[in-house]
Design a protein around this ligand. Structure first.
Ligand code: UD1
Length: 308
C-alpha cells in the first residue's frame, strides 16, 4: 500500500536521492527543507510535495508530519570543520533538527524515524573495522551532535515507543554532491578539480583511509530500514561498503576512471578533528537489513564523474 513519508532535508544531496527512491518504490513523498544547503533543482521532475521550513522549528516539523508514516531524517550540515567554527549553528542544524522531528513524531503519531547518523561517532578508536557496539569516541561537535541524536531517539523509544534506525553512514558520494564549499565531501572536490585541471589538496599525508559508499546504496539501506521488522540491534546500523581506500589511491583511481592526468598534489596541515582511518564492519547491515552495497568504488566514481 502506498504510504506518505517525510524526507527532512530532501532537497540536499542524499535526501534528493531518497526522494527519488521512495517515489520509484510507489510511495508518496513530502519534503521538508529550509534550502540552506539544498537546492530545488535537485528535485526537478520529481512528483513530491515541498514545504520550505526549518526542520529544527518544532511546529513547522509537526505540521509537516501530518499523515506521515516514516520520517527519513537528512536535515543536517554534514561537516566536521564547520562544526568547530560554528558550534551553535551546527548544534541547531545537526541536533536541533533531530529533537524537533522527535517532538513532531510524538505529536503526529509517526511510526518510525530513519536517522542519518554518522561514523564520525567512532572517532579515532584504534580498532578496525568499526562495529556498532564499540564505545563512541566523538572528536568533533558534529560527531557529538549525531551521537546525542541517537541518544534522543533511544529515549523516545522508551518514553513513547517511537521506532527508529540510526544509520551510521561512512563516506557517501555520488551525483549532486555539492562541491561548492571547502567543507564539501572529498570526492565531490576531487571530481571538480579533475574537471577543471586543478591539482588536488591533501590535508595531511593523504594516507588517511575512508570507507566510501555510493549514494544509491545509501538509498537502498534507507528503504530497507523503513520496512524491516525491528529488533533491538537493528536500531544502530553501519552503512558502508566494508572496504577502505587511502586518499592518494582515491585520487589516482579518479584520474584513471576520468581519463585525466591530474596535477602535482598540494599537501597541507592535517584538519582538526580529522579521523585517521575509517572502515565499517557491515555484518549487522547484512543480517538486519539484508543489505550489501551494489556499487563498487570504481563504478560509483565512473557514474559520479559522468554526471558532471
Ligand atoms: C565525512 C562526512 C561526514 C560523515 C563522515 C563519516 C562529508 C562532507 N562529511 O566526513 O558527514 O559523518 O564522513 O565518516 O561528506 N580531505 C582532503 N582534501 C580536501 C578535502 C578533504 O585531503 O580537499 C580529506 C579530509 O581531511 C579527510 C578526508 O579527505 O581526511 C575526507 O574528508 P571529507 O570528505 O570532508 O569527509 P570526513 O571528514 O571523513
Amino acid at each position: 500500500m502506498s504510504e506518505l513519508h517525510l524526507v527532512a532535508g530532501g532537497s540536499g544531496f542524499i535526501g534528493s536521492h531518497i526522494v527519488e527512491g521512495l517515489l520509484a518504490a510507489g510511495h508518496q513523498v513530502r519534503v521538508l527543507d529550509n534550502l540552506a544547503t539544498g537546492y530545488l533543482k535537485n528535485l526537478a521532475g520529481l512528483d513530491c510535495e515541498i514545504i520550505q521550513a526549518d526542520a529544527a522549528d518544532k511546529e513547522a516539523a509537526a505540521d509537516a508530519c501530518k499523515g506521515v508514516s516514516n520520517i527519513f531524517h537528512l536535515a543536517a550540515r554534514p561537516s566536521v570543520p564547520w562544526s568547530f567554527e560554528e558550534p551553535r549553528l551546527a548544534r541547531h542544524a545537526n541536533l536541533g533538527t533531530t529533537e524537533a522531528l522527535i517532538y513532531a513524531a510524538e505529536k503526529q503519531g509517526v511510526k518510525r524515524i530513519l536517522f542519518s547518523s554518522s561514523s564520525a561517532i567512532y572517532g579515532d578508536s584504534p580498532e578496525l573495522p568499526k562495529t556498532e557496539d564499540m564505545e563512541p569516541a566523538p572528536k568533533s561537535p558534529y560527531a557529538e551532535h549525531k551521537l546525542f541524536g541517537e541518544y534522543a531517539l533511544a529515549e523516545a523509544a522508551e518514553r513513547f515507543g517511537l521506532e527508529s534506525v540510526s544509520l551510521r553512514y561512512f563516506n557517501v558520494f555520488g551525483p549532486r554532491q555539492d562541491p561548492s564549499s571547502p567543507y564539501s565531501g572529498v570526492i565531490s572536490l576531487f571530481a571538480r578539480w579533475l574537471k577543471e585541471g586543478t591539482p588536488p589538496t591533501f590535508f595531511g599525508d593523504g594516507k588517511q583511509t575512508r570507507d566510501f559508499i555510493y549514494v544509491k546504496d545509501v538509498v537502498k539501506a534507507n528503504l530497507a530500514a523503513g520496512q524491516v521488522q525491528l529488533s533491538q540491534s537493528a536500531r544502530i546500523i553501519n552503512v558502508a561498503c566494508g572496504k577502505r581506500v587511502d586518499l592518494l589511491e582515491l585520487w589516482d583511481t579518479m584520474c584513471r576512471v576520468g581519463g585525466f592526468t591530474g596535477g602535482e598534489p598540494i599537501f597541507q596541515k592535517e584538519r582538526k578533528g580529522d579521523v585517521r582511518h575509517s572502515l565499517a564492519d557491515i555484518q549487522r547491515a547484512q543480517e538486519e537489513l539484508g543489505f550489501q552495497a551494489d556499487f563498487a568504488l570504481e563504478e560509483g566514481l565512473r557514474r559520479t564523474i559522468c554526471s558532471l
